[in-house]
Write a protein of this length. Structure first.
Length: 94
């Protein structure tokens, strides 16, 4: 999927146990960018009340992929400079 200048590769999204977040990647002008959606944001978007685990986090990401890609695009465009990773917040989603 492509969001204007970013080319997303969501097939390689993964759960990070260390960060308790879903990580996914995009490319812009040949540079790989990492985006991170924390469990709190996943739970908020998915309106989940139960604790998230890897399976439910990835399923939530897949079900709301368009929301997270749009949020990633907003977070990337709002940044003043290139970062190694962009954290998707509730503000980016809303």
């Amino acid at each position: 999927m492509e969001a204007q200048d970013l080319k997303f590769d969501t097939k390689n999204r993964q759960w990070s146990t260390e960060r308790e977040a879903v990580r996914f990647f995009a490319r812009h002008d040949g540079v790989e960018l990492e985006f991170i959606v924390t469990k709190d944001v996943l739970a908020s978007v998915g309106q989940l009340t139960a604790a998230l685990n890897e399976e439910s986090a990835l399923l939530t990401f897949d079900n709301y992929e368009d929301v997270f890609l749009a949020a990633a695009d907003r977070a990337w465009r709002a940044a003043d400079d290139s970062k190694p990773a962009y954290f998707i917040s509730d503000d980016d989603v809303g």
